[in-house]
Design a protein around this ligand. Structure first.
Ligand code: PSU
Ligand code: MN
Length: 363
């Protein structure tokens, strides 16, 4: 069952709002409903790695998934169409075209309505993959709770407003000129990636190398706990922190084989729980970066972000690119190695899940 609408040329006057376009999502080259399949994201291609490493990596991940006996489905958005299973040309386009938008959940309607190109984050890749019937997804690092949040200033005249719950008021200056009260306050509001709520509501298994230490890792794990997302350590008892194999923070359960991971995910499904599962795999030991070197680079990148007032969707890409500039070749090599490692494991898990499903239905 192949649906390859991309094989036929699109009309020159493409209108995403045309009445016949009721479904802006399409799957391409995804073999069979029950074939083991691994979804792959495209933000790492368009925004996470420099050319030509990004293109080579994207194609290499697909090859690794195939070698392990599963089908790859790289997800992205081409001219407003959400594609699950990008073609080689489309992957090349997202790896090279300038101005490809980073698309998280809130950006989806915008790129679809406007017919734009977009690279999908963990959140939107998980969302699209699940809707295409895929339950395993491999990535490098997930987004999480940022370390510093966003400082914003508010000024006004009259009674100072009350800070909303999620904001911490860091300073409050009130002064009077005759009878008028002027106030200026600085808020520190939390920046939480849309990846986290997606994991809490979409039944998908995401394989990653943890989250980068640019994030507040304890707060990220607390968030996942509150929202019922189990965190599995693959071959480890500790939550890995992307460039580093350990973080000192415990995972909820350790699994040492793809079959063990498949059993955990099947139990989650059998219980009818709504969300997904995070499988964390440490970066291969030979590529691990020294923690002290990482911390220095992170401190510098965070300070620069704050000094330049960088926030919102540009914060994560800014921090990631500054850290890779500051840590050089070693971090690029680690990034590529862990992505390949994660894709291989995800394919093995997809195969194990499929075997389990087949033997279950055969009983
Ligand atoms: N972490 C990385 N590399 C990445 C990302 C995160 O080490 O490329 C990307 C992923 O696509 C992730 C997104 O979903 O950044 C999170 O962005 P934000 O924090 O704005 O939600
Ligand atoms: Mn954010």
């Amino acid at each position: 069952m192949f649906r390859c609408r991309f094989d036929t040329p699109r009309p020159a006057t493409y209108n995403p709002l045309a009445p016949e376009r009721t479904n802006p999502m399409l799957t391409r080259g995804i073999p069979m409903p029950n074939h083991p399949t691994v979804a792959l994201e495209s933000t790492v291609i368009s925004h996470g790695l420099p050319y030509p490493h990004n293109l080579r990596l994207a194609l290499r991940l697909e090859a690794i998934v195939r070698e392990a006996g599963a089908a790859p489905a790289t997800v992205g958005i081409i001219a407003g169409e959400i594609v699950v299973g990008l073609s080689r040309d489309q992957i090349e386009h997202l790896a090279t075209a300038p101005g490809v938008r980073k698309v998280s959940r809130r950006d989806l309607p915008i790129v679809v309505a406007r017919g734009l190109d977009g690279a999908t984050t963990v959140a939107t890749t998980a969302w699209a993959a699940h809707r295409a019937g895929i339950s395993v997804f491999a990535t490098g690092g997930i987004g999480g709770v940022h370390r510093t949040g966003v400082r914003s200033q508010e000024s006004g005249v009259g009674t100072p407003p009350l800070a909303p719950d999620i904001q911490h008021r860091t300073s409050y200056i009130v002064h009077r000129t005759s009878n008028i009260v002027h106030h200026t306050s600085t808020f520190l509001s939390t920046d939480i990636s849309a990846d986290l709520p997606e994991l809490a509501q979409t039944p998908i298994l995401v394989v990653c190398a943890g989250a980068k230490a640019i994030l507040d890792l304890p707060a990220t794990l607390e968030w996942l706990e509150t929202h019922g997302v189990p965190v599995v350590g693959y071959g480890t008892d500790e939550y890995p922190a992307f460039y580093n194999r350990s973080s000192g923070l415990p995972v909820d359960v350790r699994a040492d084989t793809p079959e063990e991971v498949a059993a955990l995910f099947r139990a989650q499904r059998a219980l009818g729980l709504p969300g997904g599962m995070l499988v964390t795999v440490p970066v291969p030991a030979e590529f691990e970066l020294p923690a002290a070197q990482m911390e220095t680079a992170i401190e510098q990148a965070l300070a620069e972000a704050e000094a330049q007032g960088i926030k919102g969707k540009t914060l994560t890409p800014f921090l990631l690119s500054r850290i890779s500039e500051l840590t050089g070749e070693a971090s690029l090599r680690a990034n590529l190695a862990l992505l390949e490692n994660n894709a291989r494991l995800a394919a093995q898990i997809a195969v194990a899940l499929n075997g389990a499903a087949a033997s279950f239905s055969g009983r």
